[in-house]
Design a protein around this ligand. Structure first.
Ligand code: PLP
Length: 411
């Protein structure tokens, strides 16, 4: 009997709902898909080429043993009637909130554990914080980690960019901003910065905190790369700066500190002192989280707690040291060749000026075609990134050494 074929004709039904039209204002970044397609085309034409990837912002070393053991033990507890746990507290278990407060005490500042909110990572909190804010002027550095821009665009907020440049070391200060025109702004700062690796010193951050307090503004401080800081006079937390408890939310992550990019855990500090008029900002964040978030899993929080134990910190620091040695291999070559860069010292990112006035995509193609190394064109992080290029230290030592040898031939 012959086979029978059915042709399904889909009936198109149009709904009458309205969607968030702000989404059409989000600039599509084709960055990573464009990188992917150029690399695939090169691989197809050169199947034997050994490509080295220095573009990803993801960790590569496995989790420290102390962290894995804590996660396994907690998972086993979940499999036994006596120790099983259901929903976690929406702001995080006390054991982890306390440990995070101790982490701050070790940095020399006081953070009340009741104002530490555990989450599944910094990206979620950076995106979600917009929920509790009204229509405010938004100030964002350029180039920048794209989440600040896109989440505010989704909410229809108007953004003013402040430019990171070679002249200011990619650390823009508020001196170009008129105080009366920027009353009640929301200011995003990221230090150590992604993509530039640049870090604010005490003086730079004090400028921002003073500006925020004078203008009644809020700083959202992204410290996801804090653990990479090793130089003196670089604040590890914005709360080292006098006046910061009155104007700053700090958002941090276990991703780069403890290798949790695939485990997912972070936290946000919303100090009790933070008041918008008579409204407690922490109360709004509590309400937002309790409504839309059901907490981080118990094994993950136990793993995060272990990362902050003495043994955990030591093991995490050893991994960070490994990445920083990779970064040093790259920056040593740039120093030797006299190429301008920021980052690498307190950060896994090296942000370099493309040689010979190249634009960032031309330099991308040159590296791919001539030495088979893939990095990230700076313009993917904003207009201010054109002419710059981001390399990361997250590869293995062997691959980093090999990449540096290849760079040496063409730089
Ligand atoms: N903030 C910055 C500056 C980042 O570069 C990243 C990730 O690359 C994040 C936040 C996201 O961190 P998480 O993995 O905790 O969501």
């Amino acid at each position: 009997m012959g086979e029978r074929f059915f042709i399904a004709i889909a009936k198109v039904v149009y709904m009458n709902i309205k969607t968030n039209t702000n989404f059409s204002n989000i600039k599509e970044t084709y960055l990573f898909s464009e990188i992917g397609s150029r690399v695939r085309a090169y691989e197809a034409a050169n199947p034997d080429a050994k490509i080295i990837r220095m573009g990803i912002g993801d960790v590569t070393l496995p989790l420290p043993e102390v962290v894995v053991k804590a996660m396994v033990k907690a998972s086993e507890e979940m499999g036994s009637q006596e120790t099983f746990r259901g929903y976690p507290p929406e702001y995080g278990y006390g054991f982890l909130r306390d440990k995070i407060a101790i982490h701050y005490a070790n940095l020399g500042v006081t953070v009340d554990p009741n104002y530490v909110f555990v989450s599944d990572g910094a990206k979620s909190d950076l995106g979600n914080i917009v929920d509790i804010l009204g229509e405010n002027p938004i100030i964002i550095p350029d180039p920048v980690y794209p989440v600040y821009v896109d989440s505010n665009t989704m909410s229809g907020n108007k953004i003013t960019f402040i430019n990171g440049t070679r002249e200011n070391g990619f650390l823009p200060l508020p001196d170009s901003l008129n105080e009366s025109e920027n009353e009640g702004s929301v200011i995003y700062l990221c230090s150590p910065n992604n993509p530039t690796g640049a870090v604010y010193d005490k003086e730079g951050l004090t400028n921002w905190v003073d500006f925020a307090n004078k203008t009644g503004s809020l700083i959202i401080y992204d410290s996801a790369y804090e653990a990479f800081i090793s130089e003196d006079n670089i604040p590890h937390t914005i709360y080292e700066i006098p006046g910061a408890y009155e104007c700053a939310i700090e958002i941090c992550s276990f991703s780069k500190f403890a290798g949790f990019t695939g485990v997912r855990c972070g936290w946000t500090v919303v100090p009790e002192q933070l008041k918008a008029g008579s409204v407690s900002v922490a109360a709004l964040w509590k309400r937002r989280q309790a409504t839309k978030f059901n907490g981080v899993s118990y094994p993950v929080q136990r793993a995060a707690e272990a990362a902050l134990s003495d043994e955990g910190i030591k093991a995490c620091q050893a991994n960070i040291e490994y990445y920083k040695q990779n970064a040093k291999l790259i920056t040593d070559l740039l120093d030797e060749k006299g190429i301008f860069y920021t980052g690498g010292k307190n950060s896994p990112y090296v942000w370099l000026k493309c040689p010979e006035g190249c634009d960032s995509w031309t330099f991308f193609d040159k590296l791919l075609n001539e030495v088979q190394v893939v990095g990230t064109p700076g313009e993917g992080f904003g207009a201010g990134g054109d002419g710059y290029f981001r390399l990361t230290a997250f590869s293995s030592r062997e691959k980093t050494i090999e990449a540096v040898e290849r760079f040496r031939k063409i730089l």
